[in-house]
Design a binder for this molecule. Structure first.
Ligand code: HH2
Length: 403
């Protein structure tokens, strides 16, 4: 069907958040005091609640309907979740209506808090003496694999000079952080003994930390390796197990006041790609990342220093990876920084007709740009020069950059 231009110039606007809506409203010339009052009517939300009894679900639906919105609630007690449907203003109104009831005050405040977190982009990630303000730009994490067998073929073994050269090049090309890993976690990979991982990682972290004034992250799920790296200058721990494989990991990071990346994985690197299966991908990823955050908090790490990573390629099918990238913004509901590592991964190769890792730069660029559009704060990449450029342009579009 072709829609010929009408005499009225009718078109549908794209305005992803209240600020964008406000700009469109202001252009109409409506009263300035109306602009912000009306803006929250222009943002459509689907708000999911995992744990609500049938009685509470019915009250939520009543409150949403009273506000002009709707809610989907389960028919049976053991069915899962509630979804509120409405404009931002309607959801706020419903929450405000429930707040005075002592039995519903906590749920109303959780809804309001989640909406604030989802919209807000601020604060900073503290990595030792380094501060990464969040929201102003996307931070580029360069991957430095001191391994002999990384999937992308970029591993440089334990050669310290090669590591320093690669680090220097990545920093010149636009990396803001460096992530040093001493064990490949590619599908099917076997665990590297602690002593070997220590031997690979510690001297490199030490050399980098002495030479380069940037946050150094250690990519490990072993607390002994994390401790040695933190002792020698690392300020961020990147744990693909979300603090689960080693019960001492959260305590170790807390002891050094380190920030942590908690990543979602289903299974272990050895088993994760055998039969990945989810009943509800994003619900399961979010629940698991919130459990990892709880582990961090119990050890004394503040939640804003816990970076969430959905684990692209870790116990996921191609469809799962594409879905989590499409829905990355959901992770912003928790008010924590978001990282994603899609770089050169096999899903990209598959889409492009089984291209090998070194041919996946353009595919990676597409995922990095989309991740930024969907709310990523940090992108973990091999091809720093190309991806720093991609991030800069995507930031300019996404964050209203002006020179
Ligand atoms: N991916 C890899 C390793 N560590 N950490 C986080 N937080 N997120 C990721 O997506 C992630 C990660 C795998 O990539 P790479 O390090 O290049 O490969 P290998 O594990 O084979 O060394």
């Amino acid at each position: 069907m072709t829609c010929l231009p009408t005499a009225y110039g009718v078109r549908i606007l794209t305005a992803p958040d209240a600020d964008a809506v406000a700009r469109e409203l202001a252009r109409t010339g409506c009263a300035p005091e109306d602009v912000y009052a009306l803006a929250s009517h222009g943002v459509w939300l689907l708000v999911r609640l995992e744990r609500a009894t049938i009685a509470v679900a019915q009250q939520l639906r009543r409150a949403m309907r009273d506000a002009g919105g709707e809610a989907a609630i389960p028919c049976a007690a053991d069915a899962g979740g509630v979804v509120l449907l409405g404009t931002e203003a309607q959801v706020r109104q419903a929450a405000a209506r429930l707040a005075p009831d002592p039995a519903l005050a906590a749920i109303a405040s959780a809804i309001m808090k989640t909406m604030r977190c989802y919209d807000a982009r601020g604060g900073e990630l503290r990595c030792g003496p380094y501060r990464l303000p969040l929201g102003a730009k996307t931070w580029v994490m360069g991957i430095l694999n001191v391994t002999p067998d990384s999937f992308s073929g970029d591993g440089i073994g334990g050669d310290i000079d090669a590591a320093l050269r690669q680090a220097e090049q990545m920093l010149t090309e636009g990396a803001d952080l460096l992530d040093v890993g001493g064990e490949s976690t590619r599908p099917g990979a076997r665990e590297v003994p602690v002593a070997e991982e220590l031997r690979r990682v510690t001297p490199v972290v030490q050399a980098l930390a002495t030479r380069f004034p940037v946050p150094i992250s250690v990519d490990t799920y072993k607390s002994e390796v994390a401790r040695a790296a933190l002792d020698t200058g690392a300020t961020l721990v990147n744990d693909i197990s979300g603090l689960r494989f080693d019960p001492a990991m959260a305590r170790t990071a807390a002891e050094y006041h380190a920030a942590v990346v908690v990543m979602h994985i289903q299974g272990t690197p050895r088993t994760m790609q055998l039969h990945p299966h989810y009943d509800d991908l994003m619900t399961e990823i979010c629940a698991s990342l919130q459990e990892s955050t709880a582990l961090a908090m119990a050890a004394g790490i503040p939640p804003e220093q816990v970076v969430l990573d959905p684990g692209f390629g870790f116990g996921k099918t191609l469809e799962n990876n594409l879905e989590l990238l499409r829905r990355l913004r959901e992770l912003r509901s928790f008010g924590q920084p978001v990282l994603i590592g899609t770089s050169r991964k096999s899903s990209i190769g598959k889409i492009l007709g089984d291209l090998p890792p070194e041919e996946r730069v353009e595919g990676t660029a597409a995922t990095v740009a989309l991740a930024i559009a969907h709310g990523a704060d940090i992108v973990r990449v091999h091809d720093v020069k190309a991806m720093a450029r991609v991030a800069k342009v995507a930031d300019a579009v996404e964050r209203n950059y002006a020179e």
